[in-house]
Design a protein. Structure first.
Length: 237
């Protein structure tokens, strides 16, 4: 029986590798403006990247696509996905199923991009084998990730205690990316901590870090998205 399980595990590992090789070649990420180019360069050359800016600028898309591509090319061992699970509006209650089932709706903005880059089959195999892991904030303490990319989405909804707990999980040869939009925070102003995290990094001159800020002029989702974001900004909403 043990030998049968080992053979099965080896077979599954081959399936994952073959999925990566056969389903997609290297995904070409092209910057659509100067700030996106700066962001992509920051992802390639730093250990911690904080990306700030309004909706529609490519914060989540570029980080997710970059991470998926690195995994497909076997340049990293694992992708970790996490975010605050504060709902917009009234909660629909608890989601049923496994941890992945519960986290999937929250992390869909990231996983949908990764499926485009990797192909849905390769994504599902990587998730099953643990090469992609969805980690709730509640259980993140005590973890450590080497040779991995950790994506922290909706970081504007994190408290400074949560940012401390997440950021200190980073291990050797890893990249951690925080992305967020301060104008869409669901926390009270005195609890919002992403700007405080940036101030700490700059105050102590922490190396191998980068802070990239997008503006309204960098919105690429659509013209109507840019117009709406600008209108809400001018109304201080």
């Amino acid at each position: 029986m043990p030998s049968e399980r080992r053979n099965k595990n080896k077979s599954e590992e081959r399936v994952v590798r073959n999925k990566f090789k056969d389903e997609k070649k290297e995904y070409y990420l092209k910057a659509r403006n100067e700030t996106q180019s700066k962001y992509l360069n920051a992802l390639k050359t730093n250990a911690v990247v904080i990306c700030l800016g309004p909706a529609g600028t490519g914060k989540t898309f570029l980080a997710s696509a970059y991470a998926a591509n690195e995994l497909v090319q076997n340049r990293i061992d694992k992708i970790i996905l996490t975010r605050s699970n504060i709902p917009v509006g009234k909660s629909v209650g608890f989601f049923p199923g496994t941890v992945d089932d519960k986290m999937e709706p929250w992390l869909a903005p990231l996983t949908s991009v990764m499926k485009i880059v990797m192909g849905p089959g390769a994504f599902d195999c990587a998730l099953k084998k643990g090469n992609i892991e969805m980690v709730p904030l509640e259980v993140i303490r005590g973890r450590s990730w080497d040779n991995s990319i950790i994506l922290v989405d909706e970081a504007q909804n994190l408290t400074i205690e949560e940012i401390k707990a997440i950021s200190t999980r980073i291990g050797l040869k890893s990249l951690m990316v925080f992305s967020g939009d301060a104008t869409q925070s669901d926390l009270q102003k005195n609890q919002q901590a992403l700007d405080q995290f940036c101030d700490i990094i700059e105050k102590y001159n922490i190396s191998d870090t980068a802070i990239v800020e997008f503006g309204i002029e960098d919105i690429v989702r659509s013209d109507i998205c840019a117009a709406l974001v600008k209108a809400f900004y001018q109304e201080n909403i």
